[in-house]
Design a protein around this ligand. Structure first.
Ligand SMILES: *Cc1c(COP(=O)(O)O)cnc(C)c1O
Length: 411
């Protein structure tokens, strides 16, 4: 069995790739920060002069926003982007001083706290600019940054292209705001045809041209998500917003990642009990699986409340000693039963639930396909109950557990 040393015992101790924590909950995730850094590096090499904005919304797609954000910045990302103000404030509270953009709409009551923390907000409506201007005045100090979100085809959040120049003029006229950027979001950059994406690029480029003509500096122009980053030519704008690719996951199974990119996330647990079933015995709620024969099964302390989707009942599998062990019966809230591949598997045996294929486990993409969803939803669905251990440069560098990030000394 693979047993390593715990960071609580020896802070920053060197660990092997098959390190396991000795303390804390059996069910845990390991986040490979070297993979995060490698993903930023590969994308930066691909996009040339464009800068990389690391998207760490939804707690860094379930990986933990603070450690991922810090790692991405160290690897060359110039800005972090999140969906809402609370996510941005969490990053500031953790000591991250880099530029942060909130991509989604903020509520009027959130502007002041965001600006006071030096967070850039996105705006799409004249009344938002008015509220932002007043909030920025109350905060005082320097001008507060806003980015205009331009709606070019998603029909979600954003200003119509025809309203964007007027919005920019309103920002420029205000004596408390500064236009930090102009951006849009692609509706179909992972689709089979890029025609509509090209059209969205044209619509935003046209807005930027109008701003230039009006003598307005647009700030940083950014468009591409991961799919656009991987599939469009470079220099379509000044920056890309890298989300799913930051985590080494592809926006769509048909879109290859760049060489050097790899997943950062592994979900693991340990066997908590083994049991011998007789022919006719059933497993779990609703008795959806019945043993035809003598069958040996293993219980794992992980369930849908941890993010192991209930849709994986009787279809998913985990990896035990490099082989697949199928899920039997329904995934419960906190536990799941799997086939016990051989009798060496006993209480305490290590299990990979989501990870590299070599472990025998489902990949994030396997889990998504089997659950009828996308890898984004699997990753963001790993709950706060699962401790995250962070490994970087062969060391345990931090642990996020019970909502608290604990860093371990590197020396
Ligand atoms: C989530 C999000 C992204 C990142 O998208 P990925 O497909 O994960 O790369 C970029 N821009 C906006 C506005 C987003 O909401």
């Amino acid at each position: 069995m693979m047993v390593g040393r715990s960071a609580d015992v020896e802070p920053g101790v060197n660990v092997s790739p098959d390190w396991w924590p000795e303390t804390g909950r059996a069910t845990h995730a390991v986040v490979d920060l070297d993979a995060i850094a490698a993903n930023v590096g590969a994308v930066q090499a691909h996009v040339g002069d464009m800068s990389v904005i690391a998207v760490v919304k939804a707690n860094g797609y379930g990986h933990g926003a603070v450690m991922v954000g810090e790692t991405a910045l160290r690897a060359g990302a110039t800005m972090l982007a999140v969906a809402c103000v609370d996510e941005a404030l969490d990053l500031r509270d953790a000591g991250i001083s880099a530029p942060i953009l909130v991509m989604g709409p903020a509520d009027p009551g959130e502007y002041e706290a965001a600006f006071a923390a030096g967070i850039a907000l996105s705006v799409a409506l004249p009344e938002q600019v008015a509220v932002a201007g007043e909030a920025a005045r109350r905060v005082g100090t320097n001008r507060s940054l806003v980015h205009i979100k331009v709606e070019t085809g998603m029909n979600r959040y954003g200003a119509a292209p025809s309203d964007s120049v007027e919005l920019a003029e309103q920002i420029v006229r205000s004596d408390t705001l500064e236009l930090g950027g102009v951006f849009t979001h692609f509706a179909d950059a992972d689709g089979s045809s890029l025609d509509f994406t090209d059209e969205q690029v044209r619509r935003l480029t046209d807005v930027v041209r109008q701003l230039d003509a009006a003598g307005i500096d647009p700030g940083v122009v950014h468009m591409s998500n991961t799919a656009g980053t991987l599939r469009l030519g470079v220099n379509v704008s000044q920056a890309v917003r890298l989300g799913i690719g930051l985590y080494g996951l592809s926006p769509d199974p048909t879109i290859p990642l760049l060489s050097g990119m790899r997943p950062a996330f592994t979900l693991r647990t340990r066997v908590s009990q083994v049991r011998q079933l007789r022919s006719g015995d059933t497993v779990g709620y609703g008795r959806t699986w019945r043993a035809d024969d003598e069958t040996s099964v293993a219980l794992l302390p992980i369930g849908y409340a941890d993010g192991l989707r209930r849709a994986l009942s009787n279809t998913g599998w985990v990896g035990i000693a490099g082989t697949r062990a199928s899920i039997r019966g329904r995934v419960c809230m906190d536990q799941v039963v799997v086939v016990r591949p051989d009798d060496r598997v006993s209480v305490g045996t290590t299990v990979t639930v989501i990870g590299e294929p070599g472990t025998g486990a489902m990949t994030m993409d396997d889990a998504a396909r089997l659950a009828g969803t996308i890898n984004y939803e699997i990753a963001t669905g790993i709950s706060g109950r699962v401790p995250r251990w962070y490994l970087g440069e062969g060391r345990v560098v931090a642990r996020l557990q019970r909502g608290t990030l604990e860093r371990f000394d590197r020396t």
